[in-house]
Design a protein. Structure first.
Length: 296
């Protein structure tokens, strides 16, 4: 399986790398999350959106699902113009599978997509007009090209706001015994919550904020409260953080949210070679757009 770092969810910047990946196996391609600017990121990297066979959505925030409307319009069969009334007579090869927890998939259409996609050529469209929905029930798995995929439920928390669910993706190939874990959004980082997956995975893509991180004094001045902080993951003493063991940290590739990482500055403008800092703290490193990983 080949994993390619796509970018760009556009949560806090134009060039962030948070949790948008393309995985390829057996001539199939699955996009993991489709944030607001992901269709642009795909185009910039020469990836044909029509080659994507599956899209996995972890949760309903715009930086993880905001690009679905553009993908729907890019992929829709404007020549055949199929409708929900004659789907049985027309090919739906234009429609990628859309995979998500069943509750998320329902809410995704109701609260995020229906406003822009419901009206289509004089008829009332549905999610099935644009995608082939694959709802995954709680505590169940789905199989993708020989990989058994488990949804790892986590919690998206912000003080004063409604708690929403987010689902990481743990993938295991039973034949080759290879494993990979996409955390997608590991809120309020607590390693004991995902320790079993950290231990089983040989490769981990970990979302990371550098908000409020002072690398000069190795302090966490403040955090947003909704994502794993670099300082927490690194286990700096000043943070009073949970401590990850060195073996786990060595498997973590960090995907960040802030542009300051790209220009070797910390959140407060201090000079910081983030790649060097990550190595010093025991991580595999920071992912870069276009970077590829091969699991055989």
């Amino acid at each position: 399986m080949k994993i390619k770092v796509v970018g760009c969810g556009n949560a806090f910047s134009y060039k962030n790398y948070n949790q948008s990946f393309l995985i390829e196996e057996n001539d199939k391609a699955m996009l993991i999350d489709c944030g607001t600017r992901v269709p642009i990121a795909l185009h910039e990297q020469g990836i044909d959106v029509n080659k994507i066979t599956d899209i996995y959505i972890s949760h309903a925030h715009g930086d993880h699902c905001g690009g679905l409307e553009e993908v729907a319009f890019l992929r829709y069969d404007w020549v055949g113009r199929p409708t929900k009334h004659d789907d049985g007579k027309r090919s739906k090869d234009y429609a990628p599978r859309l995979i998500a927890n069943e509750v998320l998939l329902r809410d995704l259409w109701k609260h995020s997509l229906s406003g822009g996609l419901r009206s289509m050529e004089g008829f009332d469209a549905s999610l099935e007009t644009y995608f082939k929905p694959v709802p995954v029930k709680a505590n169940q798995k789905f199989v993708w090209e020989g990989w058994e995929c488990s949804l790892v439920q986590q919690i998206h928390v912000m003080t004063g706001s409604v708690i929403m669910n987010t689902f990481g993706l743990f993938m295991e190939n039973k034949e080759t015994k290879r494993t990979v874990f996409f955390t997608t959004d590991a809120q309020y980082f607590q390693p004991e919550q995902v320790k079993i997956f950290y231990d089983k995975a040989e490769l981990i893509f970990q979302d990371t904020e550098v908000t409020g991180v002072d690398t000069k004094n190795k302090k966490l001045v403040f955090k947003s409260g909704v994502h794993a902080s670099y300082a927490q993951l690194a286990g700096w003493d000043s943070v009073n953080a949970f401590k990850l063991d060195e073996k786990t940290k060595s498997k973590l590739w960090l995907s960040h949210y802030q542009d300051c990482v790209n220009v070797n500055k910390d959140f407060f403008g201090n000079d910081c070679d983030w790649e060097k800092q990550a190595k010093e703290d025991g991580f595999a490193g920071f992912v870069k757009v276009g970077q590829e990983f091969l699991i055989v």
